[in-house]
Design a protein around this ligand. Structure first.
Ligand code: COA
Ligand code: AMP
Length: 636
């Protein structure tokens, strides 16, 4: 590793890795593939599937669960800690060695096999942040079954949509989640979801937590602990590298989430590579991704990457604040000798708000911590500077998406440490050929903003499809500029090779690191009987990055009071998407600003709501309407 700081444009080590991955991707990644254990090592690097998309290591065979667990036991690391469960909300700390975790996973896989689960079956998990969630995911992978984890903060309707799309044979869930000091009974939510869904699973395996006892439905629901205790350990089933490991639903621009499909082989290679190149970790070290297993960060960096790479991973069932205070993160780092922490900037904004001078940090020894990693939303320069001053550590922004599964852009510390540039995610990770394109598909010059695209082939680990919808897969990502993946983010690359991501160019918003669709919220708001039309868009928020705001036009002769309608709308979104949507503001207006062809001018609305300057669009049907809206939003 280079010791002096450099920049992407001049670092020869980085340029060399980037070029090798660009010029001969198949060879570059076959070389990386040798670093993991295969049942049958691949000889094919990249190949093209019938639909024109790319596949990695098509002739390779492996088992991801075996790779993440048993392989370490065979290599003599069985007694090393694999998983540290730290739960301030239940006052619990548990540690599992690789031997112990393997035993639990194999038995849980045995329980699933007893319920008839086979390779290729889908299993939905709706779980809080407890070890059983990680064990359940790895148990599915052991059988070659495809897991689909649904974030516990989503409402029953969201769960039902995912159940109907993935059509699981079994659902894994728990009696409750715990939000600081509030118990969230999960089973009634699951029962509600199943009553809304057309697809019904054969069985549900329910983890009874001591805080809440779930009522089990005879014939369908089984007690998790009893089923596992009665089962024999199941062996790892060989799968093709291209077989799906999981489906993870993410928000698109419509009400229907996209089921991002991840393969086994490319994913395992990418996870292993990223632990070294992106995070600069060594096997045996402690990695903590303070996220949730329901998000891609949780999949990749709580579960798969640290375990595949042979690290100890921390599973934290708590918040950055209030469990019990804003010193919680520093406490966990000291308690478990964490070497690298990865979280969303919003978590540090919450900590900063409560402890701006970092007084709580002074109580703890952060000697083990080498680097801080931030992603999920743009790392705003004030948060960057605050963290930098407070910790004196490298504070590294990196940019990625559910679709890619790992960092598209990062400070590649395992190759060369670049000088930090606040506001930039540094440079494209080797394998991701990032280009900034203008509307006609031409490359933008340095410093000029455009659509951030990735030249095909995408490297290993990226999305292999949208579950059950190849047409949407093509349309969403590859139809806009031929030969490129469209990220949905706008940004630019400067003269020094630094990439700046400036935000989404579509109707996706980011609320406290949670990716949400304004299109979906619009569909819910528009379903209110008194609403004629509406627009939901994201406005800046100091703590959560963005918050949704609804502008609503009522039907003529509406009988309910405007306040009552707004209250209805807020509770409808909360009930149908979940509390995480944070939809708390709706403003009633007479009309919405539109182009002459009837398109709502969302960009201008966002600018007005954020108090930014805006240019009156020449296509607007009635310019006066913007003044009226601006008045409404100022009054609010
Ligand atoms: N289950 C049930 N409810 C949940 C939930 C879960 N897993 N997660 C969040 N919620 C609820 C919260 O309790 C809250 O409910 P309320 O409106 O009744 O108070 C609501 O959803 C909004 O949650 P959130 O936006 O997370 O706000 P918060 O005030 O609870 O916490 C932060 C704010 C910044 C501390 C928190 O959002 C955070 O830690 N964010 C980091 C996100 C992250 O890790 N993202 C992954 C990408 S790296
Ligand atoms: P998700 O799929 O939930 O991980 O959300 C992906 C989206 O979050 C991206 O398309 C970006 O809009 C945003 N995002 C993630 N990381 C960053 C980052 N480091 N900088 C700016 N935006 C980010």
């Amino acid at each position: 590793m280079e010791t002096t700081l450099t920049t992407p444009a001049v670092s020869s080590a980085y340029q060399d890795a980037y070029r090798r991955a660009q010029q001969a991707p198949g060879d570059y990644w076959l070389e990386q593939a040798k670093r993991i254990e295969w049942i049958r090592p691949p000889v094919t690097g990249v190949s093209t599937a019938e639909d024109g998309s790319h596949r990695w290591f098509a002739d390779g065979q492996l088992n991801t669960s075996w790779l993440a667990l048993d392989a370490h036991i065979e290599a003599g690391r069985g007694e090393q800690i694999a998983l540290i469960y730290d739960s301030p909300v239940t006052d619990t700390i548990e540690r599992y060695t690789y031997v112990e975790l393997t035993e639990q996973v194999a038995r849980t896989a045995g329980a699933l096999a007893t319920l008839g689960v086979e390779k290729g079956d889908r299993i939905v998990l709706y779980m809080p942040m407890v070890p059983a969630a990680v064990i359940g995911m790895l148990a599915c992978a052991r059988l070659g079954a495809i897991h689909s984890v649904v974030f516990g903060g989503f409402a029953a309707r969201e769960l039902a949509i995912r159940i109907d799309d993935a059509k699981p044979r079994v659902v894994l869930s728990a009696s409750c989640g715990i939000e600081v000091d509030r118990l969230i009974p999960y089973k009634p939510l699951l029962d509600d979801a199943l009553s809304q869904a057309s697809h019904q699973p054969d069985a549900c395996l329910i983890l009874q937590r001591p805080q809440v006892e779930a009522k089990l439905q005879s014939g369908r629901d089984h007690d998790w602990q009893a089923a596992v205790a009665a089962s024999e350990p199941a062996a790892a089933v060989p799968v093709q590298a291209t077989d799906p490991l999981y489906i993870l639903y993410t928000s698109g621009t419509t009400g229907k989430p996209k089921g991002i499909v991840r393969d086994n082989g490319g994913h395992a290679v990418a996870m292993h590579y990223s632990m070294e190149v992106v995070y600069g970790m060594k096997p045996g070290e402690v990695f903590w991704a303070a996220s949730d297993v329901g998000w891609v960060v949780g999949h990749s960096y709580i579960v798969y990457a640290p375990l595949i790479y042979g690290c100890s991973t921390v599973l934290y069932e708590g918040k950055p604040v209030r469990t019990p205070d804003a010193g919680a993160f520093w406490r966990v780092i000291e308690s478990h000798q964490v070497n690298a922490l990865f979280t969303a900037p919003t978590a540090f904004r919450a900590i900063r708000k409560e402890d701006p001078e970092g007084k709580l940090l002074a109580k703890y020894d952060l000697g083990s911590l080498k680097r801080l990693f931030l992603a999920g939303e743009r790392l705003d320069p004030p948060t960057y500077h605050w963290l930098k001053e407070l910790t004196g550590l490298p504070v590294l922004d990196h940019w990625w998406q559910t679709e890619t599964g790992w960092a598209i852009a990062c400070n590649p510390v395992g190759i060369a440490m670049m000088a930090e540039q606040p506001g930039s995610a540094t440079c494209p990770t080797p394998g991701f050929q990032v280009e900034i394109l203008d509307q006609s598909g031409q490359p933008c010059p340095a410093g000029v903003q455009g659509a951030v695209c990735i030249h095909q082939p995408l490297p290993p680990g990226c999305l292999a499809g949208i579950w059950g919808d190849p047409e949407r897969f093509h349309r969403s990502y590859f139809a806009c500029h031929e030969g490129y993946y469209l990220s949905g983010d706008g940004g630019y690359i400067d003269e020094q090779g630094y990439l700046f991501i400036m935000g989404r160019t579509d109707d996706v918003i980011n609320v406290a690191g949670h990716r949400l669709s304004t299109g979906e919220m619009e569909e819910i708001v528009a379903s209110h009987p008194q609403v004629a039309e509406c627009a939901v868009f994201g406005v800046d928020d100091e703590l959560k990055g963005q918050l949704p705001l609804g502008l609503v036009v009522l039907k003529d002769g509406s009988t309910q009071s405007p306040d009552a309608i707004v209250e209805d709308l807020i509770s409808m979104v909360r009930a149908q998407v979940g509390a995480v949507a944070c939809f708390r503001r709706a403003v009633i207006v007479h009309r919405l600003p539109k182009t002459r062809s009837g398109k709502i001018l969302r960009r201008v609305l966002r600018q007005i709501a954020n108090g930014e300057d805006y240019v009156m669009p020449s296509t607007i049907d009635d310019p006066k309407i913007l003044e009226e809206i601006a008045q409404h939003l100022t009054l609010y």
